[in-house]
Design a protein around this ligand. Structure first.
Ligand SMILES: [Zn+2]
Ligand SMILES: [Zn+2]
Length: 327
């Protein structure tokens, strides 16, 4: 009989034995073998995510498109989408996570060490809500709400601070939004967000098994939000971020208008629209505008269709905004 709950660890074992170990030894990186098991688990989760995306979200885009991309964007459509596929492969198939953990494990431990020295304890659910830690589903939901609240403010900062906007604008520069577009982020932007997320999860005591599930659920929900699908949750639109809700955030000239130092825009929520409702940034208009960033000299600029071009321009524009902060 197939034991479903053992499939993932068994798959990770196989991947470690047949792919990761030989590769690491050949590259002279044998010391990393112990850490590689975790990376193998992430690769398997990434494969599951990609399967769900292609098997479910791709047909949805065909059945209920928010915009007919072939008519709108002509020949540029394919190269615009192709770069998002590259971002998705880097991000979801473990490469980003592997490099992140190899480079940032030590700095994360150092930050946690200095936080503890400075008197910041690790919080546990048991302290806030006695008895809840034993309830796996309930504690998972509490962690989801807490992390989502912080992610709302991270997203507002990505639009508020001009150096961060220079990086986050890579995400917003896509005019052909599909379920591949969620991973289209400047790599430095991804690093900053992942760094803050890991520190926070450790500080509030999220168990590693729940952290993996939280990341997978968040990534799948975000892929669906970016899908080219004309979907809203109707009267339940306030409950969970829908494709319509997030597409409005990407709307050109309406959802995320930025002028240096001044916040504009709506629908910053990552999973829950609650924070947008609470802090006055929610927009529930049932509309589907063209997406992308406007070309306004000195304020908004295009980032091109090439991966390296986008990475280079993001860094260059970030550097420029750090050197001459808006007054
Ligand atoms: Zn944004
Ligand atoms: Zn987005």
């Amino acid at each position: 009989m197939v034991e479903w709950n053992n499939l993932l660890p068994q798959g990770a074992d196989l991947l470690l034995e047949w792919v990761a170990q030989p590769l690491l030894f050949n590259l002279g990186l044998g010391g990393w073998v112990e850490d590689a098991y975790e990376a193998c688990e992430w690769v398997l989760w990434g494969l599951i995510e990609l399967t769900v995306m292609v098997a479910l979200m791709w047909p949805l885009q065909k059945l209920w498109p928010a915009e007919r991309v072939s008519a709108l964007h002509g020949a540029q459509r394919q190269s615009a989408i192709r770069v998002d596929v590259i971002y998705t492969m880097i991000h979801r198939l473990g490469l980003f996570r592997l490099v992140f953990f190899m480079a940032f494990n030590a700095p994360i431990d150092a930050v946690m060490g200095s936080l503890r020295q400075a008197g910041w304890p690790t919080y546990h659910l048991e302290q806030w809500l006695p008895g809840l830690a034993d309830q796996a589903v309930l504690s998972f939901l509490v962690y989801l709400v807490v992390l989502d609240f912080v992610n709302y403010w991270i997203h507002r900062a990505q639009h508020q601070w001009s150096w961060w906007w220079a990086l986050h604008a890579v995400h917003h520069s896509q005019r052909v939004m599909t379920f591949w577009s969620d991973s289209r982020n400047h790599l430095l932007d991804d690093v900053v967000v992942a760094f803050v997320g890991v520190i926070l999860a450790q500080m509030i005591g999220v168990p590693p098994s729940q952290f993996v599930l939280l990341v997978v659920l968040t990534q799948l929900a975000q892929s669906l939000q970016h899908a080219n699908v004309r979907w809203s949750w109707g009267p339940l639109e306030w409950l969970w971020v829908s494709p319509r809700f997030h597409r409005f955030h990407h709307s050109m000239g309406a959802g995320h208008e930025f002028s240096p130092g001044v916040l504009g825009g709506h629908n910053f929520g990552v999973l829950l629209p609650w924070w947008d409702v609470l802090f006055g940034t929610a927009n529930f208009d049932n509309r589907y505008d063209p997406t992308g960033i406007r070309q306004m000299v000195g304020v908004q600029e295009v980032y091109g269709d090439g991966f390296w071009q986008q990475q280079r321009l993001g860094l260059k524009r970030m550097w420029r905004s750090l050197r001459s902060p808006p007054r």
